[in-house]
Design a protein around this ligand. Structure first.
Ligand SMILES: Nc1ncnc2c1ncn2[C@@H]1O[C@H](COP(=O)(O)OP(=O)(O)O)[C@@H](O)[C@H]1O
Ligand SMILES: [Mg+2]
Length: 213
């Protein structure tokens, strides 16, 4: 079993959106995935319980119980455990990181998000956990050119020597509407969003050495 922590000290960057989509991606590829929701807002739990079809399992926990949840997941024969974490909670991020094989740091391409990201990255580096940044909610490129905001953010990430996922998730309404009913953008008609999710899944699965069943 592999464990992925989805983290960002900044709120609203898209942790829950990414965590839910990756759990659903695993499920859609025949893997047995569990989401551990340590955010008191219980967003990912609400999202996944709204799903009508079969889907990934989800449990809520407090940060200090993440290792216990991991033992449980191992015993249940899960393939993947994803921890969705709250914003602003260094301790919670730490609890998720210590059990994680990999951390996915989610950031919007804004100055405030990047400032928060620098701190999140520090925590991951201190705990010696491999961490990758995924830029989320970026504007769609116009005529193939990235918006100046995105270009600046990418430069900032280079400066921080942050590893970056090979895909940028764009601001697309389908990410919101799909999750209203616990579905993935991969299950919707918007092929652009589906391709982004699939590319992120391929990256995460490849990095953590996971195979589809
Ligand atoms: N790529 C995206 N495109 C459009 N809306 C998004 C995207 N990612 C997240 N959102 C929206 O942004 C808000 C914050 O996302 P959420 O996943 O809850 O962030 P976090 O868990 O980091 O607080 C939500 O309303 C969500 O639907
Ligand atoms: Mg959240």
């Amino acid at each position: 079993m592999k464990t992925l922590a989805v983290i960002a000290l900044k709120g609203g960057s898209g942790k829950t959106t990414v965590a839910a989509h990756l759990a659903l991606a695993a499920h859609l590829r025949g893997l047995n995935a569990l989401v551990v929701d340590i955010d008191p807002q219980r967003s990912v739990s609400d999202i996944l319980s709204a799903r009508e079809a079969a889907g990934p399992a989800c449990v809520t926990a407090v940060g200090r119980n993440v290792p216990a949840a991991q033992f449980g997941a191992l015993a249940e024969g899960r393939d993947l455990m994803i921890v969705d974490t709250p914003a602003g909670d260094v301790e919670g991020v730490g609890e998720a990181l210590v059990v994680a094989d990999h951390a996915l740091l989610v950031a919007r391409p804004t100055l405030i998000d990047l400032a928060g990201l620098a701190r999140t990255l520090q925590v991951a580096r201190r705990l010696k956990r491999p961490a990758t940044v995924v830029v989320n909610q970026a504007p769609v490129p116009r005529e193939g050119a990235e918006a100046p905001l995105v270009k600046r953010a990418l430069k900032g990430l280079d400066y921080m020597q942050a590893d970056r996922a090979p895909v940028i998730l764009r601001a697309r309404t389908v990410y919101q509407t799909a999750l209203e009913r616990g579905r993935s953008a991969e299950e919707m008609a918007d092929r652009a969003a589906a391709a982004e999710v699939a590319a992120l899944w391929d990256f995460v699965a490849g990095t953590m050495g996971m195979k589809a069943r």
